[in-house]
Ligand binder design. Structure first.
Ligand SMILES: [Zn+2]
Length: 244
């Protein structure tokens, strides 16, 4: 967790800070190393929320874009309590997922938070297995089938809607195949890839949503937009492909 409470105020971890857990009210201690994001940890090394995943820079950036008052929010329902990553002012829950997740945990989280929820998944770990392309023709060009007049697809016109993209996903994360809420994949560039069909499978469809529009819609701080975008050459290359 990025935040703990001290005298009713949410506080970030720093080496001298003290605080209690937002969820279980137990004392927590600041972990402020050089490698991991500064965060709060429970004594006895046991987190009280079993949906918790280790805090990363990626989590932190997304949470802070929505601000201290809208991230790490305790949600109570049917005698259970969990910490939602983000709760917007419009009561939408945004759950951030960095690591692979089991199918039953996806279902539990969706059941608990209900329909006003969406997922943002960190796609950087699998972006080399995930290709986004505009149409069959793009794919043909990639595999040189376009130049083969004997190919059944040769010369076909691209009639797909402007912002509709196809994807192929090798070694896909199958646990997502039954997801019920909207999924946005973050590959670290200016866009989120909003999966419309085929999440967790080898192929499907989606839209590119600019992060700035996403933040605008859900109340994120546009001044922090750059913290969500990597500046690597690889990113620039991907962007060029999208903008064709
Ligand atoms: Zn706790």
């Amino acid at each position: 967790m990025l935040f703990a409470t001290l005298n009713g105020v949410k506080v970030e971890a720093n080496p001298k800070a003290q605080g209690t857990c937002l969820l279980c009210d137990q004392p927590v201690f600041p972990k402020c190393g050089e490698i991991n994001v500064w965060h709060w940890a429970h004594y006895k090394d046991k987190n009280c929320d079993y949906w918790y995943e280790p805090e990363t820079e990626w989590h932190k950036n997304w949470k802070l874009v929505f601000g201290k008052e809208n991230c790490e929010i305790v949600i109570s329902k049917d005698g259970c309590k969990h910490i939602a990553d983000v709760l917007t002012n419009d009561d939408l829950i945004i759950e951030l997922q960095n690591s692979p997740i089991q199918i039953d945990v996806i279902r539990e989280r969706e059941d608990f938070y209900g329909e006003r929820m969406l997922w943002i998944i960190n796609g950087k770990h699998f972006k080399n297995n995930f290709s986004i392309f505009k149409s069959r023709l793009d794919e043909d060009i990639k595999y040189f089938r376009f130049y083969d007049p004997l190919s059944a697809e040769f010369g076909k016109v691209d009639n797909s809607p402007k912002n509709e993209f196809n994807f192929t996903w090798s070694w896909c994360r199958k646990s997502w195949s039954n997801v019920q809420r909207n999924v946005f994949i973050d590959f670290g560039d200016e866009y989120l890839f909003w999966v419309k069909e085929g999440m967790g499978t080898n192929s499907g469809k989606g839209n590119q949503v600019m992060k700035k529009f996403f933040l605008n819609k859900y109340g994120g701080d546009l001044e922090l937009l750059a913290t969500l975008i990597d500046g690597s050459k690889d990113t620039i290359k991907r962007l060029k492909t999208y903008e064709k």
